[in-house]
Design a protein around this ligand. Structure first.
Ligand SMILES: O=C(O)C(=O)C[C@H](O)[C@H](O)CO
Ligand SMILES: [Mg+2]
Length: 403
């Protein structure tokens, strides 16, 4: 029995907000987990502090599955991003502890490595097609084997995925939501042109990806997928909102462009039909928002039976703790597809020193026992919480749209 002695939540903002759970056992072994939910951070912090931590004290840190079931079934109120991010933080911290006690990196506890490294995709973006292609060339020169392309849309002042900074992108950019303008027609014209220019400049030996970010209807997505087919994209992501999983059937009827979805999913139930009916090719659920390693592995096993591969979300709002956990998962699951990798800033990396590293287009979680990531609490304390929201989107006539 490895008794949980204490647990607490650390909120820090080294350029952006992160919520981290730290669990300590009677033996003095500690583990950390990420609980960051972009724009709604304090809801998860309070859920953990007020409702989860009191129930953890005295429990056996080794009983990861049982604690997961206790928090999931025991809450009575199931699923949802707040609950599942809180459970994920506990789950990650417990895997971290188990790895440290065993003296093994977590991927060894998950069955060992299924591959040598984890192929990642970087984010090339720019205000124009030329800018975006130049950024993509730069990523290729850095060794990336897969690159996501997001370009500004003429006539729209700002749009998802286009950053002021070439290397770092932080969409949660203001203490009240920024308002963006959206035009499907303008957007649908630009993306195929961007892919044509990118193939011309980059050639065919690099994977190209694109994130629609939930802004199309199924039939519009079918059209865009078809228009992109000549450029053989690796995937088209979040083509439509997946609340109605049936929507993807309509997209599938019109295009062979591979489909990825799931960064906002919290459990296997959000993806059941999508996977079972093979309506998608990649599931983007991630460790922090989908209940931790314990639940994400369950999703991946289910997906594997239907030829759906993984493509975990890896934007900057997923802290280095989630990135580390994702890499242990990615290295071990048989049906790994790709991992998103949006680099964190130097300040963030200093607050969260980590063992994972990038080389030749791939990341590796490293060999440190546990997750191989820590939180420097002194550094974290220098960056107090600062409220920040994701933008919202409106159509040209003022109607609300999806961002
Ligand atoms: O990285 C992606 O694919 C995203 O869509 C990033 C999201 O907008 C971001 O994580 C929201 O917090
Ligand atoms: Mg996305």
């Amino acid at each position: 029995m490895l008794k949980i002695r204490s647990a607490r939540v650390i909120v820090t903002c080294p350029g952006r907000n992160f919520v981290t759970l730290k669990i300590e056992t009677d033996d003095g072994v500690t583990g950390i987990g990420d609980a960051t939910l972009n724009g709604r951070e304090l809801a998860v912090a309070a859920y953990l502090t007020d409702h989860v931590i009191p129930t953890l004290i005295g429990k056996d840190a080794h009983r990861i599955e049982d604690i997961w079931q206790y928090l999931y079934r025991g809450a009575y109120w199931r699923r949802g991003p707040v609950t599942m991010s809180a459970i994920a933080a506990v789950d990650m911290a417990l895997w971290d502890i188990k790895g440290k006690v065993a003296g093994l990196p977590v991927y060894q506890l998950l069955g060992g490595a299924s591959r040598d490294g984890v192929m990642v995709y970087g984010h090339a973006n720019g205000v124009s097609i030329e800018d975006t292609v130049a950024a993509a060339l730069d990523y290729k020169a850095q060794g990336y084997k897969a690159i996501r392309l997001q370009s500004g849309v003429p006539g729209l002042a700002s749009t998802y995925g286009v950053s002021k900074d070439k290397m770092f992108y932080e969409p949660a950019d203001a203490d009240l939501p920024t308002e963006n303008l959206w035009s499907t027609e303008r957007y649908m014209r630009v993306v195929p042109e961007l892919f044509a220019a990118a193939r011309e400049a980059l050639g065919w030996d690099v994977h190209l990806l694109h994130d629609v970010h939930h802004r199309l209807t199924p039939i519009e997505a079918g059209r865009l997928g078809k228009d992109l087919e000549p450029y053989r994209p690796f995937w088209m992501e979040d083509a439509v909102v997946a609340d109605n999983q049936d929507s993807f059937r309509l997209i599938r009827q019109h295009t062979t462009t591979p489909l990825a979805v799931g960064e906002i999913f919290n459990s296997v139930w959000d993806a059941k039909q999508l996977i079972q009916e093979q309506l998608i090719d990649y599931i983007r659920a991630t460790v922090v928002h989908a209940g931790g390693l314990t639940h994400l592995r369950r999703i991946a096993s289910f997906a594997d039976m239907f030829n759906v591969r993984t493509g975990c979300h890896g934007a900057t709002d997923l802290s280095p703790v989630t990135m580390a956990a994702a890499l242990h998962f990615d290295l071990s699951v048989p049906n790994f597809g790709i991992q998103e990798y949006m680099r964190h800033t130097e300040e963030t990396d200093k607050v969260f020193p980590h063992a994972y590293s990038f080389s030749e287009g791939s990341l590796h979680p490293g060999e440190a026992p546990g997750l191989g990531v820590d939180i420097d609490e002194e550094a974290a304390a220098r960056y107090p919480y600062s409220r920040a929201y994701l933008p919202v989107n409106r159509l040209e006539d003022g109607s609300m749209h999806n961002w």
